[in-house]
Design a protein around this ligand. Structure first.
Ligand code: GRF
Length: 218
């Protein structure tokens, strides 16, 4: 079994950064054996940048230039990331579609969190869409990133019951709280056990998982 002493994370954000904050809190409380080497934001006003600075975590703002193609922007990101040591690239509310080149470059160490029980409700506005569809259960997923949006092999999910009076905002709030436990839980697994991407499948300690693992509610 490969054990990483203290995993080095690069976290990519675009906004509030509450998932980033949860990762920071799990690290600082000793529950997650990691350090955050760098936080990158594509948005100079992202509150997550302030959160990182409050914990003395290095930050970089990389705002896309209107003249730049997606490939050119992603090459710029790759240069920033490859200049430092990392074990995992953690997409935490990074609201930018990444090029195949970027995704292939970080294959097997690029993780994303998505606010739905994938493969259902890929893309945006998931809370509104599950309510419109009359669903009873919603949730969040952490998956390896592959070139097709929100379609990479899922490592773990957490479910959230939908209540009759839920609005997109109340539901988003409950899902987000669950995301905070889910992401750190998956990162812990990746660090303390062996979680690998092979082809389209996730292997945990050498065994293929046939369906996403489920984080039981606390
Ligand atoms: C989360 O709901 C995450 O699943 C999605 O974007 C949101 C980011 O929230 N990809 P925050 O910036 O971590 O608060």
């Amino acid at each position: 079994m490969t054990t990483i002493a203290s995993a080095r994370l690069v976290v990519l954000i675009s906004g509030n950064g509450s998932n980033l904050q949860a990762i920071i809190d799990h690290i600082e409380s000793g529950k997650l054996n990691a350090i955050i080497s760098l936080v990158i934001s594509n948005n100079k006003n992202a509150y997550g940048i302030i959160r990182a600075q409050q914990h003395n975590i290095p930050t970089r703002i990389a705002v896309p230039d209107p003249e730049e193609t997606r490939q050119q922007y992603d090459c710029r990101l790759i240069k920033i990331i490859d200049d430092i040591d990392y074990d995992y690239i953690v997409l935490a509310g990074f609201m930018k579609i990444l090029s195949d080149n970027f995704v292939d470059h970080y294959k097997g160490c690029l993780l994303n969190i998505h606010p739905s029980l994938l493969p259902r409700y890929k893309g945006l506005n998931t809370h509104q869409r599950v309510l419109d569809a009359g669903e009873k259960i919603h949730g969040a997923s952490v998956h390896f990133v592959t070139p097709t949006l929100d379609s990479g092999p899922i490592i773990m999910q957490v479910a959230v019951d939908i209540s009759p009076g839920d609005t997109p905002a109340t539901l988003a709030n409950r899902v987000l709280k669950k995301e905070h436990s889910l992401y750190s839980h998956v990162l812990s697994m990746c660090i303390d056990e062996t979680v690998e991407l092979s082809g389209k499948h996730v292997f945990v300690n050498g065994r293929k998982i046939n369906k996403p693992l489920i984080l039981e509610s606390e």
